[in-house]
Ligand binder design. Structure first.
Ligand code: SAH
Ligand code: SF4
Ligand code: F3S
Length: 521
């Protein structure tokens, strides 16, 4: 028993969490569960075979657990987390809970957290502080922390010490155990902590309540084995595990049958899809080739790693159809030296060669990227190489970040001679270039007719509709509300800095970004 366990008087559950035999009974024996995370264990990459479970069901003993109760989930971070929230919402609903969109109404509040940068974590601690008063008003309220932050020892220790209003902490590998965790939290006075540091198996047939019925997310793989030196994800999400192609194809077919217009395939490194199959030579290119034949208007994927982006995938994407002409391809830096320290495993030249191949095969592709500035000891010259790289590729959009040290990663141990002021200045200079290229790319749309998948009303004005083109450009236009959820043709009249504005023409697909050049009168 360590210091914290003693302090909080918790009992320890020592059985292997994968031992399903004990699952049904253990709540009888334990008042609370304490399985804290270990980044050291999370780093290990075992050779054990991944087990596929097709049989997820909610145990009878938990049915009705949420009758008359409401749940609220706040999601931070990437699409992977958004989709995990959909799964957790599915489990809550299966247990009888109802969704609410205010914390005041909720009987259970979950914060599905992100650990990617320090400011992401600070937001969560801030929110936990805000929630304190709710607990005072409603002592029955359960507050839970899940997602990537839960996988970090330092976070769990901080919550144990300073956020006694938290009732449960669980990680990214045991989402499917939400019913058990809730049941434990209701029974226990102590904080229930159940974080598995070794990735779980692949579990199919999890319930989901999807956000909306126009666009759907589909996991194709979990985890990441790339271990870029700055990144916490390989620790918080475990080793790479691919879902079987037939499961993915079936899920996409089902979404198509339910009228979804777009799917986005999700993985931290989707280009490594299939590498873990021992019985099958099958990669992302093969999967996309199958999805191409499904009757759904748009298929996207995120996120690509340049290193595993192979020729077969490029060939398949070039056939277009429902495969859209937008690729998010994080480069991180334009300097080969920095890329080496980041362990990205490609050089500036190799990245440029990949871009060249993609552009030859798909001349109308829109490329976007992620960039980190102010990496430990990044020189001015190295930063300039990032700027020149950006211009050379002609990215149309980028997410840009100042490097944030993450405890447990190799980069966090590096000494860093770049002052924060310099990092901020570099970010600003990069953002100026990003904005310039984005505006330039949008300008080209003026006068053209594009196809837009209409998501709904614009956030700023309910009389204006909003949606995205195949190349992922945001378009606002005035049009009839009935077209929400459809693909429509819109004539672009005005390019703003971040979005396009246009006139509704008619419902209909073009199958390509532009129909024809039309003069604006
Ligand atoms: N799997 C994706 C990235 C997921 S994280 C990929 O490899 O492309 C999204 C982005 O956050 C990364 O591309 C990177 O630009 C940024 N990021 C990750 N760790 C970071 C850190 N420690 N500090 C700053 N930015 C970081
Ligand atoms: Fe992080 Fe690199 Fe994996 Fe992306 S590929 S999740 S940046 S380790
Ligand atoms: Fe954040 Fe975890 Fe995604 S760290 S970016 S939520 S994988």
């Amino acid at each position: 028993m360590n210091e914290d366990q003693r302090k909080f008087g918790q009992q320890i559950k020592t059985e292997d969490p994968a031992d399903k035999k004990s699952e049904k009974d253990y709540s009888k024996y334990f008042q609370s569960v304490y399985i804290p995370p270990s980044l050291k264990d999370a780093k290990k990459r075992g050779k054990e075979e991944i087990k596929y479970h097709k049989d997820f069901t909610i145990d009878e003993q938990f049915r009705g657990l949420g009758n008359g109760k409401k749940f609220y989930i706040r999601t931070y971070g990437c699409q992977m987390n958004e989709h995990d929230t959909e799964v957790m919402a599915g489990i809550f609903s299966a247990l009888g809970y109802e969704a609410t969109d205010t914390t005041e109404d909720a009987d259970v509040i979950l914060l599905n957290t992100c650990a990617i940068r320090e400011n992401a974590e600070n937001k969560v601690f801030g929110e936990l502080g805000h929630l304190k008063h709710l607990k005072r008003d409603n002592p029955e309220l359960l507050i839970g922390v899940c997602g990537c932050m839960s996988q970090e020892e330092s976070v769990v220790n901080k919550i144990l010490k300073s956020y006694q209003n938290v009732d449960m902490i669980f990680g990214t590998h045991n989402i499917h155990r939400l019913p058990n965790i809730l049941a434990d939290a209701y029974m226990s006075k102590a904080m229930v902590v159940e974080v598995w540091s070794k990735e779980g198996d692949v579990i199919e047939n999890l319930p989901r309540v999807r956000r909306g019925n126009i666009k759907g997310w589909v996991n194709i793989m979990y985890g990441c084995d790339k271990f870029c030196t700055y990144c916490i994800v390989p620790y918080t999400r475990g080793k790479e595990r691919s879902r079987r192609p037939e499961e993915i194809i079936q899920e996409v077919r089902q979404l198509a049958a339910h009228g979804y217009q777009e799917v986005t395939l999700l993985g931290q490194n989707v280009n490594a899809y299939g590498k873990d199959f021992e019985d099958l030579e099958y990669g992302l290119g093969d999967l996309m080739d199958e999805l191409r034949k499904i009757d759904i208007p748009r298929v996207r994927f995120t996120t690509s790693h340049p290193r595993d982006f192979d020729d077969h995938l490029i060939e398949v994407l070039a056939q277009k159809g429902n495969l859209v002409e937008h690729i998010h391809l994080p480069v991180q830096s334009g300097s080969t030296e920095v890329l080496k320290i980041m362990a990205r495993k490609y050089t500036r030249e190799q990245f440029l060669e990949l871009v060249r191949k993609i552009k030859v095969a798909m001349p109308d592709v829109a490329l976007s990227t992620d960039i980190i500035v102010g990496y430990p000891n990044e020189t001015d010259e190295q930063f300039e190489e990032t700027l020149s790289m950006y211009r050379e590729v002609g990215f149309e959009h980028a997410y840009t970040f100042i490097y944030s040290p993450r405890e447990g990663t190799p980069a966090a141990k590096m000494t860093d001679n770049v002052p924060m002021e310099v990092k901020k200045e570099r970010l600003q200079r990069l953002n100026d270039v990003v904005n310039e290229f984005s505006a330039e790319a949008l300008k080209k749309y003026e006068g053209k007719v594009v196809e837009v998948l209409v998501d709904g009303e614009s956030k700023k004005n309910e009389n204006v509709l909003a949606g995205y083109t195949r190349r992922n450009k945001l378009v606002n236009f005035e049009g009839p509300k009935e077209v929400i959820g459809n693909i429509v043709k819109v004539k672009i009249t005005d390019a703003k800095s971040w979005s396009l504005f246009g006139e509704f023409i008619e419902v209909g697909q073009i199958g390509s970004e532009f129909e024809e050049a039309v003069e604006v009168k």
